[in-house]
Design a binder for this molecule. Structure first.
Ligand code: PFF
Length: 456
C-alpha cells in the first residue's frame, strides 16, 4: 500500500503527461550538447556502445526503481526516503539520499543554466543572420566571443534562471505539464531536419562510422566510466528528479513500460544529435574532441550554409533552450517540494530562494570560462569540477543507494505490488539487475573515480 494516496503537490493528469514530463527531464543539454562532445572526446563508437549498454542494464532498472520509490512515498525525495525507510522498520538515515539529491540538483542546475544561456544567446545570433556563410574559424570566434564575456553570460544565465523559476512556481499541472506537451515533438522533428542536412554534407558515412564503429582499442577504462556516469546524467537518475516526478504519478500506471519509453526517447534524441553533428564536424575538418563548445561551433556552420538556415538555426536554439528548460525544472523540483513540505513555505517563496542561491552558484561557472579560466582545482576549472563531481560521483552514488534501497531494503511484497509487472519473469529480471548488476557496476565506477582502482 502506498503511504499517501496522492501527493500534496498534485498529480499528473495522465500517464502520458508523466511520460512527457519525464522525457522532458531526461532529454536536455545532456543529449544535444554533452553527449556529442563527450563521445567526441572519448573516441566515438566503443564509447557509444558502452553508453548504450549502461542505459539498458543500469539506467532503465534504476529508473524503474526511482519511479517506484517516488510513487510509493508520494512526497519530496527527502521525506519519501525517510517515511518509506521508517515504514519498513529501517534507519531514517536513508533520507540522506534525498539530501544529496537536492545538493546535486542545485549544483547541476547552477552550471546547466549557464550553458542553457549560451543557447539563449545563440537564438539571437542565428536570428540576426551572423551565421550566413560562416567558416569554422568564424563560428569558433563567435563562440569564444560569447564565453569570453562575463557580462553576457551573466545576463543569459539570469534570464534562464528566471524562466526556470517561473515554471516551477506554477506547480505540477499549471507549469511543468504544459511546458512539455508541444515542445518535445517539435524538437524531434527539427532533429530530423538536421540529420537530413548532415546526410548531404558529404561526410555522413564518416560521421556514422565515428559514432558506431566500435574500435575498443580507442577506449580507456576511464572512458567506460564516463559513459556510465553519462547514462545517469542523461536519464536524470540518481538525484531524485525522476523520483519526485514519480510521486505525482497516478496509481494505476505501469512503471516499467513508462521507463522504457522515456529511456528509448532519450536515447534516440542523443543518437540523432550525434548523427547531425559528427558529419558536419568531419565535412569541415573540425575536431570531434573540441569539448563543451562542440555543438556551438559546428551547427552554426550547417545553418550558415543551408537554405533557410537563419530560420532553422533560430528554431533549433529555441528548441534546445526548451529541452534544457524542461530538464532544469526537474533539477530544482526536489528542493522546492521539500521546502513547501517542511518549511511551510509557499511554492513561490521556495522558488525564489532556491533560484537565487542557484543563480549565485552559477557565477562560478560563468567566470570559469573567462576571468577564472586559469583557476584550477585538481587540475579542473570550476565548471569542470562541478560537472565531474556531480556526474561521476554524486549521481552514481545516488543511483547505487537507490538500487540498494529498492532491492535490499524495501520488502518484496511492496515492490512487487507497486510495480505490478505483467509477468513474474520481468520482475525477477528487474530485481536481479538492481540487486546485483547495478551495485557492482556503480561500485566499480566509484572506486575508479576516487582512484582506489586503476584499470589503465
Ligand atoms: N537529463 C538532463 C539532460 O540530459 O540534460 C540533465 C538532468 C536533469 C540531470 C535532471 C539530472 C536531473 F536530475
Amino acid at each position: 500500500m502506498s503511504l499517501l494516496r496522492e501527493s500534496i503537490h498534485g498529480q499528473w493528469s495522465s500517464r502520458w503527461a508523466f511520460i512527457l514530463a519525464a522525457t522532458g527531464s531526461a532529454v536536455g543539454l545532456g543529449n544535444i550538447w554533452k553527449f556529442p562532445y563527450i563521445a567526441g572526446e572519448n573516441g566515438g563508437g566503443a564509447f557509444v556502445i558502452v553508453y548504450l549498454l549502461c542505459i539498458v542494464a543500469i539506467g532503465v532498472p534504476i529508473m524503474i526503481a526511482e519511479v517506484m520509490i517516488g510513487r510509493h512515498g508520494r512526497q519530496s525525495p527527502i521525506n519519501t526516503m525517510r517515511s518509506i525507510a521508517i515504514g519498513e522498520g529501517k534507519s531514517s538515515y536513508w533520507q540522506i539520499l534525498g539530501w544529496s539529491g537536492v545538493l546535486a540538483g542545485f549544483l547541476i542546475l547552477s552550471y546547466y543554466s549557464v550553458i542553457a544561456g549560451w543557447g539563449l544567446a545563440y537564438i539571437f545570433r542565428s536570428g540576426s543572420g551572423v551565421f550566413d556563410g560562416v567558416t569554422s574559424d568564424g563560428a569558433a570566434s563567435i563562440f569564444n566571443g560569447l564565453v569570453g564575456s562575463p557580462e553576457s553570460l551573466i545576463a543569459w544565465h539570469s534570464v534562464f534562471m528566471l524562466m526556470t523559476m517561473m515554471v516551477v512556481s506554477r506547480g505540477v499541472r499549471g507549469g511543468l505539464e504544459k511546458a512539455v506537451r508541444y515542445l518535445m515533438p517539435t524538437l524531434f522533428v527539427l532533429l530530423i531536419v538536421l540529420v537530413g542536412y548532415a546526410m548531404n554534407s558529404g561526410a555522413f558515412d564518416q560521421g556514422v562510422k565515428f559514432l558506431f564503429a566500435a574500435d575498443f582499442s580507442k577506449i580507456s577504462a576511464n572512458s567506460v566510466l564516463i559513459a556510465m556516469g553519462h547514462a545517469f546524467f542523461t536519464l536524470s537518475l540518481g538525484m531524485g528528479a525522476i523520483m519526485v516526478y514519480g510521486s505525482y504519478l497516478p496509481k494505476d500506471t505501469s512503471i516499467a513500460k513508462t521507463a522504457f519509453i522515456v529511456a528509448g526517447a532519450d536515447t534516440v534524441v542523443a543518437l540523432m544529435a550525434g548523427l547531425a553533428i559528427f558529419p558536419i564536424v568531419f565535412a569541415n575538418q573540425l575536431e570531434p574532441g573540441a569539448g563543451p563548445g562542440l555543438i556551438f561551433q559546428t551547427l552554426p556552420i550547417a545553418f550558415g550554409h543551408m537554405p533557410g538556415g537563419a530560420f532553422f538555426g533560430t528554431l533549433f536554439f529555441i528548441l534546445l533552450v526548451f529541452a534544457a528548460w524542461t530538464s532544469s525544472i526537474s533539477l530544482i523540483e526536489p528542493a522546492v517540494a521539500w521546502l513547501v513540505e517542511n518549511k511551510n513555505m509557499s511554492r513561490q517563496r521556495a522558488c525564489f530562494w532556491t533560484g537565487l542561491a542557484t543563480w549565485f552558484m552559477g557565477l562560478g561557472t560563468v567566470f570559469s570560462f573567462n576571468i577564472w579560466s586559469d583557476v584550477k582545482f585538481f587540475d579542473k576549472t570550476f565548471f569542470d569540477l562541478l560537472d565531474y563531481l556531480t556526474s561521476n560521483i554524486m549521481l552514481p552514488l545516488g543511483g547505487l543507494a537507490i538500487a540498494v534501497f529498492a532491492a535490499w531494503t524495501m520488502n518484496t511484497v511492496t515492490t512487487r505490488s507497486e510495480l505490478a509487472m505483467v509477468n513474474e519473469r520481468s520482475f525477477k529480471l528487474w530485481r536481479f539487475l538492481v540487486r546485483y548488476v547495478t551495485p557492482v557496476a556503480v561500485i566499480i565506477v566509484f572506486l575508479n573515480v576516487v582512484g582506489l582502482l586503476d584499470f589503465t
